[in-house]
Design a protein around this ligand. Structure first.
Ligand SMILES: NC(=O)c1ccc[n+]([C@@H]2O[C@H](COP(=O)([O-])OP(=O)(O)OC[C@H]3O[C@@H](n4cnc5c(N)ncnc54)[C@H](O)[C@@H]3O)[C@@H](O)[C@H]2O)c1
Length: 349
């Protein structure tokens, strides 16, 4: 399959691109403008492969995106390029509006123009988040029919992009499919997010910040399971449909951090009680959602996808990856430090 992947130098996008190129042998063009969160190191294993090319391009650049779509002639576009960190959206929402909303609009229009002028079909897989649905009480789970109640600028910008994707399907017949996925974890997630942050700080014996009382519940999914879900959607998803993707793995943030700290202790031989003592409760994030949970029955039933990776085993492997990739972490940490000069400490997803 000829696939154009936006945001393919980031955490989830690069996992998808590596899978499409190296495992499936697809013809992939990665389009990414390399913000602080994107890195070509994430695609280094694909160097020399004739079925992959990288283009440094901003998804808001209508001319260049139009040329790229015409040149690559994709049968599918998987759209992952986004500003993705909630804390940053609170400190400065402008980039989220521009990339997540205007960027998605630009891509939808570019693909619509390409299909219209060539008569070819191109599936548009719009990758979104469960955060569009807002916060749950102590019971229940988000279905694809749950109302949108986004609470952070990040979630609002993703919700807006989901609405655009739906409208381009309804109005223009563009074969759009939207996925709403829960929290991902795994190797190569940028160091500001909860699990890498906790891992790297624990490895250095530094305090590990946890927002508020740490009782916010998220559903966790390993990035490789998410990639398999996206491939299932790419192959068998129905245009116009949305699919929730989750890990059936609800954990409080405090439980997640404790699991990470125990994995660090198991790896390094450090005293577990000492590491758990690093937990540092910090002031809560404004508008912090209390609980997310995903009802993933549609994708299980219709596309036969199920999460496979056990959370504790996945965390142990993730901790190993960060401990063994100091060079990658150093570059990311350098970017992070440069970006965060003067900003308050913390930063959980
Ligand atoms: N990480 C999660 O837990 C999670 C969960 C559900 C959905 N998502 C969604 O999945 C997608 C990928 O998330 P991620 O965690 O890999 O994000 P990430 O921040 O790691 O990567 C985003 C990538 O997009 C690129 N990018 C940003 N702005 C761009 C622009 N204007 N033009 C071109 N490229 C640009 C960045 O350079 C980076 O490579 C996002 O749309 C996000 O909303 C993420």
């Amino acid at each position: 399959m000829r696939v154009l992947v936006t945001g393919g130098a980031g955490f989830i996008g690069s996992a998808l691109v590596r899978h499409l190129v190296a495992v499936r042998g697809d013809e992939v063009c990665t389009a990414d403008c390399l913000t602080y969160a994107g890195s070509l190191a994430n695609l280094a294993s694909l160097e020399g492969r004739s079925n992959h090319r990288f283009e440094r391009v901003d998804i808001r650049d209508r001319t260049r995106i139009g040329e790229l779509v015409a040149d690559h002639a994709p049968e599918a576009l998987v759209h992952l390029a986004a500003e993705s960190h909630v804390d940053r959206s609170i400190e400065g929402p402008a980039d989220f509006i521009q990339t997540n909303i205007v960027g998605t609009y630009t891509l939808l229009e570019a693909v619509r123009a390409y299909c219209g002028s060539t008569g070819r079909a191109c599936r548009f897989i719009h990758v979104s988040t469960d955060e569009v649905y807002g916060s749950l009480g102590s019971t229940g789970a988000f279905t694809e029919d749950s109302p949108f109640r986004p609470n952070s600028p990040y979630a609002a910008s993703k919700a807006a992009s989901d609405h655009l994707a739906r409208a381009w399907w309804k109005t223009f017949d563009l074969p759009v499919i939207t996925t709403n996925c829960s929290n991902n974890y795994g190797p190569r997630q940028f160091v500001e997010k909860l699990i890498p942050l906790a891992t790297l700080r624990a490895l250095e014996g530094l305090p590990v910040p946890v927002y508020g009382d740490g009782q916010q519940v998220r559903d966790w999914l390993h990035v490789d399971d998410h990639v398999r879900a996206l491939v299932a959607v790419l192959e068998r998803g129905r245009p116009g449909r949305t699919y929730n993707i989750g890990g059936n793995c609800e954990r409080t943030n405090l439980e997640v951090v404790r699991t990470v700290l125990k994995a660090v202790a198991a790896r390094t031989g450090a005293d577990e009680t000492d590491l758990l003592g690093l937990i540092d409760f910090v002031a809560d994030r404004p508008g912090h959602d209390r609980r997310y949970a995903i009802d993933g029955s549609r994708i299980s039933r219709e596309l036969l996808w199920h999460p496979r990776i056990d959370f504790e085993a996945g965390i142990a492997a993730t901790v190993d990856w960060y401990a063994e990739h100091g060079d990658w972490c150093e570059v990311a940490a350098g970017t992070y430090a440069g970006e965060r000069l003067g900003a308050p400490e913390g930063g959980t997803q």
